[in-house]
Write a protein of this length. Structure first.
Length: 65
C-alpha cells in the first residue's frame, strides 16, 4: 500500500486545494486493509464519504516501473 499511496500522492499533491489536502490526510490515516478493499472494490468496514480525493484514489491506476 505504501507504494500505491506514494505514487498517488506524488501525482496529485501539487494540484490539491487546502481542503483536499486535509481530505488526503484522512485518506492516508485509513488502515491498509480497508484502503486496499476500497481501492479494489471489495467490502470494507469504514465509512467513506463522497469526497473528491476518494474518487481520485479509486480511479488512480498504479503502474509498476
Amino acid at each position: 500500500m505504501d507504494k500505491l499511496l506514494g505514487a498517488f500522492t506524488k501525482k496529485y499533491i501539487d494540484t490539491l486545494s487546502v481542503k483536499e489536502l486535509k481530505d488526503l490526510e484522512q485518506l492516508l490515516d485509513i488502515d491498509d486493509t480497508n484502503l486496499y478493499n476500497f481501492y479494489n472494490g471489495l467490502d470494507y468496514d469504514i465509512k467513506i464519504n463522497d469526497k473528491y480525493i476518494y474518487s481520485l484514489f479509486k480511479d488512480f491506476v498504479y503502474k509498476i516501473d
